[in-house]
Write a protein that binds this ligand. Structure first.
Ligand code: AMP
Ligand code: MG
Length: 669
């Protein structure tokens, strides 16, 4: 990329071209304009083809924005056909709308065909990048681009943050001559009217205070400052299936981070990020497995039977031993090291005490009653449990609270391990009506006790993750933004509840997109409860300005049962992935229904049930009753979520259905 040229990216949005790139004619047509009319100023750095898919379009544009491209032009998807969704995909990405460019393109196209009114272009700036949507026909796209082309360099320089005063030095005349335009070839309905009172103070806008937009170019907006009359009346976010939503969560959850830590109890619940080899053998010495007498058994002295002096004693303690000589035995306790020279241990039951020392305190001679002792008998050989250098645990294996993994690592002299760092999760409730659950005074009309925060905090901790209480945020845009910014310094993942429905006070989505510069990966899921569940990532820099992993925001619905279902279904798999836990999410089992359960014809449903193991060895599920999303009581006693498909009618009693296990199975045996 040459340094002084501006960079452009061309993104063709077409299902057909996406399947077969050879059908595309837009890229060459648009490239030609950059080459022929602006090769001194422009370099086309990227050319891409994507399908008519909101997320794919957004991702490809955001890649270019991140890469610092000056101009992104898209082609296609701006019409009225059902699949035309380019403006809907691009609008939420725009921080500053540029209706003047839209107007310029439409005015130019209208001179060619009245059908230009059927185009729905958008244009504007995100970070330092200007984004312009062009129509899908090569001719239309070229005409539109040409109509504004000469002005784009100036717009992009400003958008990229170049000093506006310097750019404008020399006045409008110089600007026009630099751009190769003049008032007379300006568009009839825009710049030529009202003169050229170019306004330095505002940085852009080449005319007086006159509306430059027609209703077509004033789409409904998620800008909270626009008030309730401009809010979307249907959600602009595509409705995804649960599976698609889970895929996006997986794709946008950062890969696990590795930390080195001392082997202590704090590692319980973590997953190893490396194979661990034993530093020592277990046992580290030849040890007796019985209480008895260490003897020398073998070819030279095949018989151990007879009377022997007790030459020494070996207890289970540290210390040096003298060598056992032929004709001697040593008293030994379980776990104690065999003295050098000893081959085996005869158990005390196979012996008789014959004589004592003079003071009567010690054994002097012992008779061994058997001659069947083999070399190595009753001895745990060095490394017979674990040999020094053996791999005792593998990367990816978990150190559980119930299993013996910590003990195993401890036994082989492991002092430090590499583990995957667990994410820290913050929980925020939103809503001006929400009050702390333990507030003493009676509720005033409209007030609601915070149910979600305590429930989610305990659920997160119960899943083995650190949870931080972020309190309650009010429904004022600024307040929410500030709370989220503060939270991002403290936690890796933020769970909010409430504020994701369609009301004018539902500020999560606009705050994430507009104020925090985040990407909403999905904003609606076809499920019950939990439809408005929203998942986003937000770029984050440390105080030192270093860009670190994106912070994840799960904005769960406000109704308590919805919030808890979606925590288990969506948040948990992401936490698991970050912590290196695999497989992610809740385990799925088959259960037999104790009663018929109605399904929802449109949405997959997650019905709360109590799963118990009966004497027949089969898992049975009983409903917890009313499943309304506001009823947190549907979680009382629940240990599983029944997975019901979207279908008419009921699943009959006795039918076998999938269930996701949240807690311990109850035993009725
Ligand atoms: P919202 O999406 O913010 O409109 O919330 C939907 C419903 O959930 C409303 O009835 C809210 O009052 C309720 N709600 C939201 N947050 C909570 C919470 N933390 N605890 C209990 N109810 C809540
Ligand atoms: Mg609310």
């Amino acid at each position: 990329m040459s340094q002084d040229k501006l960079t452009a990216s061309i993104i063709v949005i077409s299902e057909t071209a996406y399947k077969d790139a050879s059908t595309d004619k837009c890229i060459p047509a648009l490239q030609n304009i950059f080459d022929q009319q602006g090769s001194d100023k422009w370099e086309v750095a990227q050319k891409k083809i994507v399908s008519d898919d909101v997320l794919m379009i957004q991702r490809s544009i955001l890649e270019d924005v991140e890469a610092g491209v000056n101009l992104v032009v898209t082609s296609g998807g701006t019409g009225f056909a059902v699949k035309d969704i380019t403006p809907e995909a691009v609008s939420p990405l725009i921080h500053k709308h540029a209706p003047g460019l839209v107007h310029g393109m439409l005015a130019a196209s209208l001179k060619v065909t009245p059908f230009a009114v059927m185009s729905r272009p958008v244009a504007g700036v995100r970070d330092g990048t200007l984004i312009v949507t062009l129509p899908g026909s090569p001719k239309g796209a070229s005409e539109n681009l040409e109509s504004i082309f000469k002005l784009l360099a100036h717009a992009c320089q400003q958008a990229a943050g170049e000093n506006s005063r310097q750019l404008h030095e020399g006045g409008m005349g110089k600007l026009e001559s630099d751009a190769g335009v003049s008032a007379k070839d300006s568009l009839p309905t825009t710049a030529s009217q009202g003169g050229h009172n170019h306004n330095h103070g505002h940085g852009h806008g080449h005319a007086g205070p006159k509306a430059h937009t027609d209703p077509e170019s004033r789409p409904q907006s998620n800008d909270p400052n626009d008030g309730p009359t401009r809010r979307y009346r249907t959600s602009p976010y595509p409705m995804l299936s649960v599976e698609e939503a889970l895929r996006l969560i997986d794709a946008n959850t950062p890969v696990p981070k590795i930390v080195r830590t001392a082997l202590n109890e704090s590692i319980v619940g973590h997953v190893l990020a490396e194979d661990v080899q034993a530093n020592e053998s277990v046992p580290a010495f030849r040890a007796s497995i019985v209480d008895g007498y260490a003897v020398i058994a073998g070819k030279e002295a095949p018989s151990t039977k007879g009377l022997f002096p007790v030459a020494m004693i070996s207890h289970a303690q540290a210390g040096e031993h003298a060598t056992l000589r032929e004709g001697e035995i040593a008293r030994i306790t379980t776990g104690a090291p065999l003295p050098p020279g000893a081959t085996s241990v005869v158990m005390v039951e196979d012996t008789i005490l014959k004589t004592k020392t003079e003071d009567g305190q010690e054994e002097k001679e012992v008779e061994i009653l058997t001659d069947a002792i083999q070399p190595g008998e009753n001895v745990r050989e060095v490394g017979s449990d674990v040999m020094n250098g053996d791999v005792v645990m593998r990367k990816g294996e978990g150190i559980t609270a119930v299993g013996g993994e910590f003990g195993l690592l401890a036994s082989v002299g492991t002092r430090e391990v590499s583990i995957y760092k667990k994410p820290i999760v913050g929980v925020l409730s939103t809503g001006d009506e929400i009050v702390n659950h333990d507030r003493e005074s009676q509720l005033r009309l409209g007030e609601v006790r915070d149910t979600n925060r305590p429930t989610l905090l305990t659920a997160i901790r119960g899943s083995g993750f650190e949870a931080v209480d972020l309190g309650i945020a009010s429904d004022r845009p600024g307040a929410l933004e500030q709370t989220l910014r503060d939270a991002m310094r403290r936690v890796d993942v933020i769970i909010t509840s409430g504020g994701v429905s369609m009301g004018e006070l539902d500020l999560l989505k606009p705050t994430i997109e507009r104020s925090l510069g985040g990407i909403i990966h999905f904003g609606r899921v076809s499920m019950k409860p939990g439809k408005p569940t929203t998942f986003a990532s937000v770029p984050f820099k440390t105080n030192a300005g270093e860009r670190v992993d994106d912070k994840l925001i799960f904005s769960l619905p406000g109704n308590p049962a919805s919030a808890v279902v979606t925590y288990h279904l969506f948040v948990l798999p992401s936490l698991h992935k970050t912590a290196g836990i695999s497989p992610t999410g809740l385990p799925k089992v088959k259960v037999v229904l104790d009663q018929a359960v109605r399904m929802d014809p449109q949405r997959a449903e997650y019905h709360r049930v109590v799963v118990s193991a009966r004497a027949d060895g089969i898992l049975h599920a009983a409903s917890t009753g009313g499943q309304r999303s506001s009823r947190i009581g549907s979680f009382k006693g629940a240990n599983a979520l029944l997975c019901l498909p979207a279908a008419k009618g009921s699943v009959e009693r006795g039918a076998t259905v999938d269930a996701l296990l949240m807690g311990k199975i109850i035993s009725e045996v």
